[in-house]
Design a protein around this ligand. Structure first.
Ligand code: C2E
Ligand code: MG
Ligand code: MG
Ligand code: MG
Length: 294
């Protein structure tokens, strides 16, 4: 009886599985041509320093429009990682992000310290040529650009403390590349990497920020991350800051950098430029600036 039931269950799920397989294949094939067809673009989300009351940078986030549908990076990035496509895609992202920053600097939309954050997958970071290729692109797009590029690595990039990854860090570090640990607190729990690698910033994952007002555990975890970051001489930025309450809580706890919908959703480069020009009229940032000026 269990056997027939098992078989029935199997049959019941089969079409759904097949459909998922078909979508996957379809996306995989689409992704292979996305670059040449110009279907990829970058959105940018501001990072804000509430202590110094200014924008300190922007995170570049990849967007893909395929057959009139926007596919989420949470769906296509894993596909790109599994197929190896992440290597050409990653270089495209890096180059496009740095060129955009070069343009903003040229237009004097941003100050000298404004950086661009670029997400890096483990498969990219572990590639033997990663440091060299990255430095070539940096040199081409922003020659001498010390401190203008911040690579956002997930904890999974850091859990193999090999000599090779140490060399990768050192080579990039020497050229002034900065490093952030993305989604901090959701990955690997061996924190030894924090002292091993030359890191600059911890990004508190948005899953802790979401309910930090009502959930004592989230609030406690956030406090601990901030204390640890500062104790290690690292900066700390909270992602997923959606409400004034989030921002007030984080500031009170000593988190100086904020990123999230409260400030702005990710947006195309031209809209980001407009955002910079209109900063004084921003409902949150504008009033912060005004209340401090008064
Ligand atoms: P991430 O690097 O942790 O990026 C933050 C994600 O949170 C982004 O989702 C962003 O749009 C979203 N977000 C920002 N503020 C808020 C907020 O206030 N509330 C909420 N609910 N969400 C917010 P997105 O753009 O869908 O990207 C998802 C993930 O895909 C990224 O997470 C990153 O891991 C990956 N990804 C995106 N672009 C790239 C890329 O160029 N290369 C690589 N390797 N990964 C990328
Ligand atoms: Mg990120
Ligand atoms: Mg994140
Ligand atoms: Mg994330």
């Amino acid at each position: 009886d269990a056997k027939t039931q098992g078989r029935n269950t199997y049959r019941f799920y089969e079409p759904a599985l097949q459909q998922r397989g078909a979508r996957r294949l379809n996306l995989e094939n689409g992704l292979k041509r996305a670059l040449e067809l110009g279907e990829l673009m970058l959105y940018f989300q501001p990072k804000y320093d509430c202590a110094r009351r200014r924008l300190i940078g922007a995170e570049a986030l990849l967007r893909w429009q395929y057959k009139h549908e926007w596919i989420s990076p949470t769906e296509f990035i894993p596909l790109a990682e599994e197929t190896g496509l992440i290597l050409p895609l990653g270089e495209w992202v890096l180059e496009a992000a740095l060129n955009t920053l070069a343009e903003w600097r040229h237009q004097q939309l941003v100050d000298d310290e404004f950086h661009i954050g670029v997400n890096v997958s483990p498969a990219q970071f572990w590639h033997p040529q990663f440091a060299q290729r990255t430095l070539e692109i940096l040199q081409r797009c922003l020659p001498g650009g010390q401190g203008l590029l911040e690579l956002e690595l997930t904890e999974s990039c850091l859990l193999r403390p090999s000599e090779e990854s140490q060399r990768t860090f050192n080579a990039l570090r020497q050229a002034g590349v900065r490093f952030a640990v993305d989604d901090f607190g959701t990955g690997y729990s061996n924190l030894g990497y924090l002292k091993q690698f030359p890191l600059d910033v911890l990004k508190i994952d948005q899953s802790f920020v979401r309910d930090c007002i009502d959930d004592l555990s989230d609030a406690t975890i956030i406090r601990a991350i901030i204390a640890m970051a500062h104790g290690l001489g690292l900066a700390v930025i909270a992602e997923g800051v959606e409400t004034l309450e989030h921002a007030e809580f984080l500031k009170r706890e000593g988190c100086e950098l904020l990123q999230g919908y409260l400030l702005a959703k990710p947006m195309p480069a031209d809209q980001f430029a407009e955002f910079c020009r209109q900063l004084a009229f921003h409902p949150y940032l504008g009033s912060v600036a005004a209340s401090h000026a008064a």
